[in-house]
Write a protein that binds this ligand. Structure first.
Ligand SMILES: NC(=O)c1ccc[n+]([C@@H]2O[C@H](COP(=O)([O-])OP(=O)(O)OC[C@H]3O[C@@H](n4cnc5c(N)ncnc54)[C@H](O)[C@@H]3O)[C@@H](O)[C@H]2O)c1
Ligand SMILES: O=C(O)C[C@H](O)C(=O)O
Length: 360
């Protein structure tokens, strides 16, 4: 190889290396979704949102990164993890869609990963193995969510935040307490992702009714663990009736959908693909709301006054500012009212545990 050829090869290798370990992105403007104006012009990138996934190399993070790269509302996608982000970033970045993908590895790159982001999605943390409850993850995941929330408060305090890491019933209060301490808390912008419960409820109810799950809307309220997951089968749209046996079967299957997957995976983790699907749908709703689309309704676990419990999942209307309105729970039947009382007890103690973790 000639000296000239050798230097051409080196230049190309340097270019690839700088892509995997990018320099600090220079974010200009706000909300135009471009790293630099020059980048915007050179790529012809459409205006869009900047989204970061924290925990992007994990079981949920990888398929979620792929689905977000496919979302035309996103112009910049930042993938952050403590391991393996160069590989995931290189892989996802080859998809010929509009979003520019950048990878960030380890705490020293967290500032660059978060600066300028409109939406931050957090699936970082450990997952369940058979025999564990979600609360068994608290000891490890509480610290992870706390430190990532501290970084969000510092580097992108105005971003909408979607929390996936379990136990969601406690990790959302943890993030809220961190934001309160930092003076950046906006309860409208912190949302625990319970969309998988709705996705499962639509699927299982559709199987019983023999209809297409995409034509159904099953509200699921409460929280995201065991009996705190409360499907409102009396409010299914289009209106449907169920026998007592069907209500018992459906409630149990929806409440234990996560355990069904954990057991089937037999030690290899918990729901990742269906969760990535649910998280991508939920993020799409948040982004459409940020864009100004009207009538975006989702179930989410948020700071709420719809019951006397300080955090609660129920239907909310999203807008440019995040949660615009918490919709009323609507009429519950006797079975749902009783289940709600039990759910509230467990929720209250999970919330207290999360709050105490930050205040201690
Ligand atoms: N909300 C829900 O409905 C729902 C559904 C499924 C799973 N989950 C939860 O999501 C979490 C992730 O699940 P998974 O299957 O992707 O797990 P995983 O172990 O496959 O992936 C987790 C990723 O987080 C990364 N990580 C760990 N510490 C980090 C840190 N400080 N900063 C950034 N990244 C970090 C890991 O390196 C790993 O890549 C679990 O807590 C799980 O219980 C929630
Ligand atoms: O069940 C789990 O541990 C993961 C997740 O919360 C789920 O519902 O699938």
């Amino acid at each position: 190889m000639s000296v000239q050829q050798n230097s051409d090869v080196n230049v190309r290798i340097a270019r690839i290396a700088s892509h995997l370990n990018p320099p600090n992105p220079k974010v200009e403007g706000d909300g135009d979704g471009c790293l630099t104006r020059a980048h915007c012009r050179s790529k012809g990138a459409a205006p869009g949102f900047k989204v970061a996934i924290l925990g992007a190399a994990g079981g949920i993070g990888q398929p979620l990164s792929m689905l977000m790269k496919m979302n035309p509302l996103i112009s910049v996608l930042h993938l952050y993890d403590v391991v393996n982000t160069p590989g995931v970033t290189a892989d996802v970045s080859h998809m010929d869609t509009g979003a520019v993908v950048r990878g960030f590895l380890g705490a020293s790159q967290l500032e660059d990963a978060l600066t300028g982001m409109d939406l931050v999605i957090i699936p970082a943390g450990v997952a369940r193995k058979p025999g564990m409850t979600r609360d068994d993850l608290f000891n490890i995941n509480a610290g992870i969510v706390k430190s990532l929330s501290e970084a969000v408060a510092r580097f992108c305090p105005k971003a909408v935040v979607n929390i996936i890491s379990n136990p969601v019933n406690s990790t959302v209060p943890i993030a809220a307490e961190v934001f309160k301490k930092a003076g950046t808390y906006d309860p409208k912008k912190l949302l625990g992702v319970t969309k998988l419960d709705v996705v499962r409820a639509n699927t299982f109810v559709a199987e019983v009714l023999g209809v297409d799950p995409r034509d159904l809307d099953v509200p699921v309220i409460g929280g995201h663990a065991g009996i705190t997951i409360l499907p409102l089968l009396s409010q299914v749209k289009p209106p449907s009736t169920f026998t007592a046996k069907e209500v018992e079967y459906l409630t149990d299957r929806i409440q234990n959908g996560g355990t069904e997957v954990v057991e089937a995976k037999a030690g290899a983790g918990s729901a990742t693909l269906s969760m990535a699907f649910a998280a991508a749908k939920f993020a799409e709703s948040c982004l459409r709301a940020l864009r100004g689309d009207a009538g975006i309704i989702e179930c989410a676990y948020i700071d709420s006054q719809v019951t006397e419990i300080p955090y609660f999942a129920s239907k909310v209307r999203l807008s440019r500012g995040g949660v615009e309105e918490v919709l009323p729970l609507g009429p519950l039947n006797d079975y749902e009212r009783e289940s709600l009382e039990k759910a509230k007890k467990e929720l209250a103690s999970s919330i207290e545990k999360g709050v105490a973790f930050v205040r201690k």
